[in-house]
Design a protein around this ligand. Structure first.
Ligand SMILES: NC(=O)C1=CN([C@@H]2O[C@H](COP(=O)(O)OP(=O)(O)OC[C@H]3O[C@@H](n4cnc5c(N)ncnc54)[C@H](O)[C@@H]3O)[C@@H](O)[C@H]2O)C=CC1
Ligand SMILES: O=C(O)[C@H](O)CS(=O)(=O)O
Length: 486
């Protein structure tokens, strides 16, 4: 295996992290981590199963009383130390991410800052888990609402944001006083293990943070069936989210589910053209289109359609496909062959149903580098508007009326993110209120930041992450009645 270009080689760890011990799988099984750009083997990590996951849950349970007993300020101080260490090692963390996930180094550096922002945010929010007092209905009674940690938490995270999806879950859990067992994607475990190394250096007590690497079924089966786990947080496909929800039903676990999307991006005739083009580029091509909030359908009103398509084509033509480690790369490889096949299937279907290809090629074979594709004459009959493509494909649908745009935008079982561009205040309120999505961007293509609640409705999931709401996902509310006081 190659020597990775890291300043601190100790940040590459090929072991799981349970109870502050670095360990192998009981049976010695390993998983290979490969570079999606080159196919070369980067590392091998333990392939843990149910028994090791059970030990991690037991370690978390044992750590919980002391962790919840710490003051919010003490928990916050550890989070702040972790935050500082992540920023101090951001170059190495970004290199590890680009090598295992493929995104351009500039985007990986951005994700490290984005991921760290959740730790900083919840270090601050830890001190604001406010309860409340209730005006008493009688002289002999006082009622207060206590906010208390939910207990041992599990987290299952995806490959597309190997750092931020972990910190967006474990930071509020730790801030609230909960220990956590995290299963990163088997495709991108190195970022998670590097975070654990830095958490260890920050001084988190044993059992508070645990990283179990391995294939999903065994680990997921234990996290969903073990009654000690009181809360499960998942980011990934709606298919898996639905499965985990079913598996967690027997003991009524608390759930946070950040699932698939099918974001519309609507450009009205009265839009600022340059804002709309910039917003479409930012939303569509981030992480080569592999995000749940990417514009999956671009709806353009007839009067601005041709000008918008021409400007967007110019910007897309300037994108550069390549290895994320190479300077100047703006579109990295897709994560695996299945992802490339899905893009090819969507493009073949669209072209066979009358779409026109303005730019780009249909990927052939197993080449992970997919040139960005711009399609016009796209309709609702095509897979590319019905399913999450999760690739660098910009399908343009033309519409006439505002009512048409809203109907088309809402015609999906998903409800995560939506975007629209208009300079009309009246239209902004009409459309902003009519769109059935958990997050809506007006004149912007980016809505992901720690200060605002992230999450969706319908089949895009349950709950919110980040913001004030993100802490509540890891707290229980207790109505404490004190009687006999008169
Ligand atoms: N909402 C989001 O942010 C994301 C959405 N997706 C969607 O999911 C599609 C497939 O991407 P995948 O990476 O395959 O997502 P996935 O949902 O299969 O995997 C995400 C995580 O779930 C785990 N997982 C998979 N099957 C599991 C099971 N039976 N029990 C427990 N854990 C399990 C995986 O190991 C990984 O850690 C994408 O094309 C995209 O549409 C994928 C990643 C993130
Ligand atoms: O899983 C994802 O795609 C992320 O939630 C998107 S974001 O939060 O990084 O925008």
């Amino acid at each position: 295996m190659p020597t990775l270009p890291l300043n601190d080689h100790d940040l590459l760890r090929e072991q799981a992290f349970i109870n502050a011990q670095w360990c192998d799988a009981d049976d010695g099984a390993t998983l290979t981590v490969t570079n999606p750009a080159t196919g070369e083997e980067l590392a091998r990590v333990p392939s843990l199963g149910a028994s090791e996951t059970r030990r991690a849950i037991e370690a978390a349970e044992a750590a919980w009383p002391a962790w919840r007993a710490r003051t919010a300020a003490e928990r916050a101080a550890l989070l702040e130390r972790w935050y500082t260490l992540i920023l101090e090692n951001s170059d190495d963390l970004a290199i590890l991410m680009t090598l295992e996930q493929g995104k351009p180094l500039s985007e990986a550096r951005g994700e490290i800052q984005y991921g760290a922002s959740f730790i900083k945010w919840f270090a601050e929010e830890a001190r604001r888990a406010y309860g409340e007092t209730i005006p008493s209905p009688s002289a002999d009674r006082r009622i207060v609402i206590l906010k208390q940690p939910v207990g041992v938490c599990g987290a299952i995270t995806p490959w597309n944001f190997p750092t931020a999806m972990i910190t967006r879950k474990c930071a509020p859990a730790l801030a609230a006083g909960c220990p956590i067992v995290i299963k990163p994607s088997e495709l991108t475990p190195l970022s998670a293990l590097a975070l654990a190394i830095l958490a260890e250096r920050a001084g988190f007590p044993p059992g508070v943070i645990n990283i179990v690497t391995g294939l999903p079924e065994g680990i997921g089966g234990e996290l969903t069936s073990n009654p000690t786990v009181r809360k499960l947080s998942f980011t990934g496909s709606t298919r898996v989210g639905s499965l985990l929800m079913r598996q967690s039903a027997d003991d009524i676990k608390r759930l946070s589910l950040e699932l698939g999307g099918n974001a519309p991006l609507i450009v009205f005739d009265d839009a600022d053209l340059e804002l709309a083009v910039a917003g479409a580029m930012a939303s569509k091509f981030r992480n080569a289109g592999q995000t749940c909030v990417c514009a999956n359908r671009i709806l353009v009103q007839s009067g601005i359609h041709d000008r918008f398509v021409a400007r967007l084509a110019t910007e897309i033509a300037a994108l550069r496909c390549g290895d994320g480690m190479e300077e100047g790369t703006t579109i990295g490889p897709l994560i695996n062959d299945q992802a490339v096949s899905k893009v090819a299937r969507h493009l073949d279907d669209a072209l066979s149903h009358g779409a026109e290809r303005v730019l780009g090629e249909v990927p052939s074979g197993q080449d992970r580098f997919v040139t960005p594709v711009l399609l016009t004459k796209v309709t609702e009959a095509m897979l590319v508007t019905q399913e999450e493509t999760f690739g660098p494909v910009a399908p343009i649908m033309q519409f006439d009326s505002e009512e048409d745009a809203i109907r088309i935008a809402n015609a999906t079982p998903y409800g995560l993110a939506a975007y629209f561009f208009t300079e009309s205040v009246r239209r902004a309120w009409r459309v902003g209120e009519a769109l059935e999505f958990g997050m809506v961007g007006l004149n912007t293509g980016s809505i992901s930041m720690e200060v605002a609640p992230f999450g969706g409705m319908k089949q895009s999931g349950l709950g919110r992450e980040g913001a004030r709401q993100g802490l509540d996902e890891y707290l229980e509310e207790k109505a404490f009645h004190m009687g006999g006081l008169s």
